[in-house]
Design a protein around this ligand. Structure first.
Ligand code: GAL
Length: 389
């Protein structure tokens, strides 16, 4: 036992020293990514914040086995000054042991993202929440976005509550040409019938799920991201309407609520895993198709306005047919703007391991811009000097 402790202490010290010495000098997509303690980073479906020269990485803390996809621990945070070497900052938002809490242990807590609000000085975390199901099996019918707030970037975050946005509201902005019209003529009996048969997909193009949730619980919010624009306005972008449509919701000035201004975009494209960034006055979006943990072909879009119309730029992956079909085995989660480098963006994806969730890998790749398109190419190893070329 003593020997074990001695080894653990040495390993711990070595981890701190190596992180301080900047042990890692490159990205190795898809490989084990050790933190300062030599432990594979546990921050899946992650989001990144850059504040005062430090990058913070927030993500889902997974545990071993298939049950490890449930939120048994919470949101894990890491910090780095170079994006290669990450220090474990601990659990930023912990799940609760209180059975009455919305974030009780065993719920589903996915894709946490954090933004800093300069007006309030608060760090604002949003994530996708599914209430714990009675039988303990994953159940995605809650479809809410949830909020937690902290005074320091690494937390601790205090849970505020969860939302189904825009109940009773029609979209204020959006893609008139692209987005299917909203057929408000559904009557309640028709909605019940569609729900009973679970065949809402047959009604695609008529905004069925939109109308159902406008009248009912408010809009669904599953896979999500946050984006802060140059004018400090922030948006929550999420898969909605049974995942058929992305919705873009403007947040209030404190980033802790919805203003009511929102758009439905890329209706019937079935997008998940949205990741938004801005370059040269244009908005870019990576997303995936909906196939659960299994990888599929990435999508990319461009728009002059956050509310669209978002024009498809196709599959950004250039590589083998297999790489194009599976996005290198990954699913987008965030695009990191590299601080201090112009037009330097890193595409970050998860390579999920649903049978042993804790073993999920991360894929960091540079975003290339070619003829107005976004391009991603596989690299076994690369570093930030890529952007100096
Ligand atoms: C994916 C989604 C993940 C997770 C998973 C569950 O499509 O992007 O965040 O929700 O489904 O199967």
């Amino acid at each position: 036992m003593e020997k074990f402790i001695a080894i653990a202490v040495m390993a711990f010290a070595a981890g701190i020293l190596s992180a301080a010495a900047g042990e890692f000098k490159s990205f190795k997509p898809g490989q084990i990514m050790p933190d300062n303690n030599g432990v594979h980073i546990n921050a899946h479906g992650g989001g990144f914040l850059h504040k005062d020269g430090v990058y913070y990485w927030f993500g889902e803390h997974k545990t071993e086995g298939a049950g490890g996809n449930l939120a048994n621990v919470g949101v894990h945070c890491y910090s780095s000054t170079d994006l290669y070497n990450w220090k474990d900052e601990g659990i930023a938002l912990a799940v609760s042991d209180d059975e009455s809490s919305e974030i009780v242990k065993g719920c589903i807590l996915e894709r946490p993202k954090v933004i800093y609000n300069a007006k309030t000085g608060k760090y604002v975390m949003w994530f996708h929440l599914e209430f714990r199901s009675a039988d303990g099996k994953p159940n995605y019918t809650t479809a809410r976005c949830a909020l937690a707030v902290a005074d320091k970037p690494a937390g601790p975050y205090a849970y505020v509550g969860s939302f189904r946005p825009q109940k009773g509201r029609m979209p204020t902005d959006g893609e008139v040409a692209d987005c299917a019209s909203i057929d408000k003529s559904f009557d309640d009996a028709q909605i019940d019938k569609v729900l009973a048969n679970n065949n809402y997909k047959m009604l695609k193009g008529r905004g069925f799920a939109f109308v159902r949730d406008m009248r009912g619980k408010g809009q669904m919010a599953r896979d999500m991201t946050l984006f802060v624009d140059d004018d400090a306005k922030a948006y929550l972008i999420c898969s909605s309407e049974e995942n058929a449509t992305l919705q873009i919701h403007e947040l209030t000035d404190d980033y802790q609520n919805f203003t009511g201004r929102f758009a439905r975009v890329r209706c019937s494209d079935w997008n998940e895993a949205p990741a938004v960034f801005k370059k040269g006055g244009k908005y870019y979006l990576f997303a995936s198709f909906c196939t659960g943990w299994a990888p599929n072909s990435a999508r990319s879009y461009v728009s002059d306005s956050i509310y669209g119309p978002w024009k498809s730029l196709g599959n950004p992956v250039e590589g083998t047919p297999e790489q194009m079909r599976t996005t290198f085995g990954g699913q987008s989660t965030y695009v990191i703007p590299v601080a201090g480098k112009k037009d330097a963006f890193i595409f970050v994806a998860d390579s999920w391991r649903p049978k042993n969730a804790i073993d999920g890998r991360y894929i960091f790749l540079p975003v290339e811009f070619e003829d107005g398109r976004l391009v991603l190419r596989w690299r076994d190893e690369w570093d930030l000097s890529f952007f100096d070329k």
